[in-house]
Design a protein around this ligand. Structure first.
Ligand SMILES: Nc1ncnc2c1ncn2[C@@H]1O[C@H](COP(=O)(O)OP(=O)(O)OP(=O)(O)O)[C@@H](O)[C@H]1O
Ligand SMILES: [Mg+2]
Length: 262
């Protein structure tokens, strides 16, 4: 059986699909068999991020309702052998995909691939529960602001109530200069306060923002710090001991910054 990860968050727009896509592309580039399942029923997006939108014939809803076989719905990436996408249905709601069908689909895919990545919808509703249900290892992604951190804490609590495996945490859009100056909380400090293992820190990146506007993924952004961050996350999710980049408060920089403002 392959490893199954669900990329989840309480708050929307924090980078779930960006991370799920980048991880899928990275693992496939390393020769692994990967399936990326777009679990955002009704709001399909990963097909666009992978440039596969014209190839979608069947989707998760068709597989759930047994209108086709799983293999017929898996879309092979033309440039990355090993990477396949299961697109989200657009005309269904999360509650239309039954839990039993989801279990069957996840079991069948994980039996035939190294890694299954599930991109969940935001929040803790039915779509979130569909990507979990003791099927996947939860990876919570958040940004380092108070609202999002509170949502991360809430999601972690819900996971405990659901008796899911312990989640790990990725912090996205972290600005090293703001952390140095003490304006943004340091990632390790946030993870410690939440008591969740930190597996990755992705920098705030104009290049990522622009790449997504061009319809490309974070790995095509040309931002080497982002590529390296994805490599670290990919390694740590599989249990390797890749070091996290340093993002620390620096009293000296804060001092000079204050003098500059005086
Ligand atoms: N590291 C980053 N630096 C700059 N911009 C980023 C970064 N990560 C993500 N973004 C921006 O954030 C936007 C939202 O990202 P994404 O769609 O991956 O979030 P999401 O959590 O999947 O959203 P939703 O909850 O709607 O599914 C993207 O359009 C992208 O431009
Ligand atoms: Mg998304």
């Amino acid at each position: 059986m392959g490893r199954v990860f669900a990329i989840i968050s309480g708050k929307g727009g924090v980078g779930k699909s960006t991370l799920a896509t980048a991880l899928a592309e990275y693992y496939a580039s390393q020769g692994k068999g990967v399936v990326l399942l777009d679990g955002d029923t009704g709001l399909r997006c990963v097909d666009l991020m992978l440039g596969l939108q014209d190839r979608v014939v069947f989707d998760l809803g068709d597989v759930a309702e047994k209108k086709c076989e799983i293999d017929q719905a898996l879309i092979a990436h033309p440039a990355l052998p090993g990477l396949r996408l299961l697109a989200a249905p657009q005309m269904m709601s999360a509650s239309d995909v039954k839990r039993k069908a989801m279990r069957r689909i996840v079991n069948e895919i994980s039996g035939q691939t190294d890694i299954l990545l599930m991109d969940a919808p935001a929040g803790i509703g039915r779509g979130f529960k569909n990507t979990l249900g003791n099927l996947a290892e939860p990876v919570i992604i958040g940004t380092p602001d108070d609202v999002c951190i509170r949502d991360v804490e809430r999601v972690a609590y819900v996971l405990t109530e659901m008796e899911e495996p312990r989640p790990v945490l990725v912090l996205n859009r972290v600005d090293r200069r703001l952390v140095h100056r003490g304006v943004m909380r340091a990632p390790l400090e946030i993870a410690k306060s939440l008591d969740i293992e930190l597996v990755g820190i992705i920098p705030e990146s104009q290049q990522v923002y622009r790449a997504l506007l061009r319809g490309e993924g974070a790995l095509d952004s040309g931002d080497l710090q982002v590529v390296s961050a994805v490599e670290v996350i990919a390694a740590r999710l599989l249990g390797a001991d890749a070091p996290l980049p340093e993002y620390r408060y620096s009293p000296i920089l804060r001092f000079f910054n204050r003098r500059g403002e005086a």
